[in-house]
Design a protein around this ligand. Sequence first.
Ligand code: SAM
Length: 190
Amino acid sequence: KGKGLFGAVPLAHAFLRERVREGDRVVDATCGNGHDTAFLAELVGDAGTVWAFDIQEGALAATEARLAAAGYRGRAEFIPRGHEQLAAVVSGPVRAVVFNLGYLPGGEKETVTAAATTRAALEQAAALLLPGGIVTVAVYTGHPGGAEEGRVVEEWAAALPPARFNVWRCRQLNRPETAPYLVAVERVPA
Ligand code: SAM
C-alpha cells in the first residue's frame, strides 16, 4: 500500500504483519505520535495488548488520541516510563517489540533515544520474546548521537547467539549511507 517498502518502518511493518496475530501481546518501545502503536493495535485485535512506552507526555497523549479515533483505545496500555524499564512493566512473553529510534517528528529534537538506554531496552526485549517473535529497530544516524546509537545497536545484535536468534541488518542500496535502516532480531522458532 502507498509507497511500498520505501524505508525502514514499512519494512518493519511487513515483518510484523507476517507474524503478529489476534490476541498477541506486543510492545511499542517508542510510541511517539502513535503510528506504530495503531498499526500494532490493529494486528492484535480486541483480545490483544500493546504496551506503548514514551518519556514525553505529549507523545503518549498523541498516541492515546490516535488509538481512540481508530476505536482501539482498549487495546493499549500507555506507559510514561523509559523503555529501559521494559522488563519491570511487561512480564512477557511477547510476540514483538518495536523500536523507532531518534526524535519525535514535529517535536523538540532534544528528546532523543540514547545508546545506553536503547541497549538496555533491547536486551530486555530479546529476553521477553516468544519463539518466532521479533524485535524491530528503525535506526537513524543523521542526528547528533545517532551514529553512535546505531553502532551500539549493531554491536549488541551481532553478539547474539545464532542458535537462538536470527539477526538482520537491512539497508537500502540506492539511498545515502545516512538513510534510516532496519535491524531485525527474530527468536528462532521452537
Ligand atoms: N514510532 C513513533 C511514531 O510512529 O510516531 C515515532 C517514534 S520517535 C522516532 C522516538 C520516540 O522515542 C520519541 O517520541 C521520544 O520521546 C521517545 N523516547 C526517547 N527516549 C525514550 C526512552 N528512553 N524510552 C521510551 N521512549 C523514548
